[in-house]
Design a protein around this ligand. Structure first.
Ligand code: NDP
Length: 451
């Protein structure tokens, strides 16, 4: 980065931090994007004059509300919920809902900001948004989760709609939660319409949506290897998390002939030196999707596997890392360890799983580094396809959706190559994704004038 660019980045960031005090995750996400975009913005006075970056880092609106619900003992409980409608320049707001005790406005603003670029990259007409609550579904009964979801939708329904804002799932919001939320919307509005994605297959959900983020993340990784004449077949993979994204990343990686050595949850990680096979994956799906159990139960069942309590998998030597749990789960030191151990690729299934210094380390080491907004865009892309099917009142079969997902991931990869290739043929996917995602949204904003 030139000295002038660096000065401009710091100047912009000082203003942003002042306007958004204490929102460290939001600052981190904006800084990463600004570092890539500043040279483009300095070269294009029309973006500067229209204050595009200043406007793109300010959400269109934020809705904050209380969600009161009753637990199984009859106690009243209250949580805070938000919907951040970040940018609808190229389509209605679109982005997931997260239920986790760590949820804050800063987290949702970073996610909504990232989502704007990610949705643009898919090529589909979707703006960026994100929402959620500090409600913790873990340890709650189905009835408690149901009452929480009903109460949340009782407020949220005023702010969403198939042409306005279409939420989906994220951490802590899976098929069960989406079903409760959709049921309440339908009851309140007397309308059956695609206001949420990730719905059950019998009520408007898309085939392949459940698998889309994980599959897409592996397809993106395969595209990165293919670009340099290789494949992920036979490669050793580290996967973190054991939720929706992790499980379907494991499934696709196995299908493509890779060897998966790890998965994790918030209690620690599993290292299986023999590799996870189809039978073990079936056990893991049942453990996590049906029984809502903990990671150590895998090691209780498969005796060669080791459970490492309270640790993350990044010290295990491997060829590819798929971080699929949560933000900032790869520290600078862990990124350096991965590089030292010979990692060839990192494909981010989770949103912003690598700290900024870690991402710099990956780019400087010239490994294949697929940032979240490109690598995990398959989920929202198939959500976009679910919206199209709902609008058409049709449903496409699994093959058709998967073919479209593959095409979309190929096209995202091509956009990253177009905007991120350096003179020596190295592809800086971070730069490529940020620039490609930005241009479409920025040009729409320019066209609207002072909106
Ligand atoms: P899930 O709730 O299904 O799974 C989350 C997984 O991550 C669980 O294994 C969970 O463990 C673990 N985890 C969550 N928080 C932490 C933490 N603080 N420390 C360690 N482990 C943690 O969520 P998803 O799989 O849907 O989402 C995972 C990531 O992927 C998120 O970053 C999300 O934003 C991103 N993403 C998801 C998409 C989707 O379609 N679902 C689309 C694009 C991105 P435990 O159960 O113990 O909490």
């Amino acid at each position: 980065m030139s000295k002038n660019t660096k000065t401009e980045v710091e100047k912009f960031m000082r203003g942003l931090v002042k306007r958004n005090p204490g929102e460290i995750e939001f600052h981190q996400a904006v800084r990463e994007v600004t570092e890539s975009l500043m040279p483009l913005i300095l070269d294009n006075p029309q973006y500067r004059k229209a204050q595009i970056l200043e406007r793109m880092t300010e959400p269109d609106r934020i809705i904050i509300f209380r969600v009161t619900w009753e637990d199984d003992e009859g106690n009243f409980r209250a949580n805070r919920a938000w919907r951040v409608q970040f940018n609808n320049s190229i389509g209605p707001y679109k982005g997931g809902l997260r239920f986790h005790p760590s949820v804050t406005l800063s987290i949702l603003k970073f996610l909504g900001f990232e989502q704007t670029f990610k949705n643009s990259l898919t090529g589909l007409p979707m703006g960026g948004g994100k929402g959620g609550s500090n409600f913790n579904p873990k340890g709650k009964s189905d009835h408690e989760v149901m009452r929480f979801c009903y109460s949340m939708m009782t407020e949220l329904h005023r702010h969403i709609g198939e042409d306005t804002d279409i939420p989906a799932g994220d951490i802590g919001v899976g098929a069960r939660e989406i079903s409760f939320l959709f049921g309440q919307y339908k009851r309140m509005k007397n309308r059956f319409t695609g206001i949420l994605t990730g719905k059950g297959l019998s009520f408007g959900g898309s085939s392949g949506r459940r698998e889309a983020t994980g599959y897409g993340c592996v397809y993106f990784c395969e595209n990165m290897f293919k670009h340099r004449g290789e494949s992920i077949e036979g490669k050793r993979c580290l996967i973190s998390g054991s939720g929706n994204v992790a499980i379907y990343s494991i499934e696709k990686a196995l299908e493509m002939g890779a060897k998966v050595l790890t998965f994790s949850d918030s209690s620690g990680f599993i290292y299986d030196p023999d590799g996870i096979n189809q039978d073990k994956l079936a056990f893991l799906k049942d453990l996590k999707e049906v029984r809502r159990g903990r990671a150590h139960e895998y090691a209780d069942k498969f005796k060669n596997a080791e459970f490492h309590a309270g640790k993350r998998p990044w010290n295990v030597p491997a060829d590819i890392a798929f971080p699929c749990a949560t933000q900032n789960e790869i520290s600078k030191e862990e990124a350096e360890t991965l590089i030292k151990n010979g990692i060839q690729a990192v494909s981010e299934g989770a949103n912003m799983p690598t700290v900024l210094e870690g991402a710099h380390a990956f780019v400087n080491a010239k490994i294949l580094f697929g940032p979240a907004k490109a690598a995990n865009a398959g989920g929202v892309a198939v959500s976009g396809l679910e919206q199209s099917q709902n609008a058409l009142r049709l449903s496409w079969d699994h093959r058709e959706v998967d073919d479209r997902l593959k095409d979309i991931m190929r096209s995202i990869h091509a956009k990253c190559v177009e905007h991120g290739s350096d003179d020596d043929n190295f592809v800086n996917y971070v730069k490529g994704a940020n620039i490609a995602g930005f241009i479409k949204v920025a040009d729409a904003m320019l066209a609207y004038g002072a909106v």
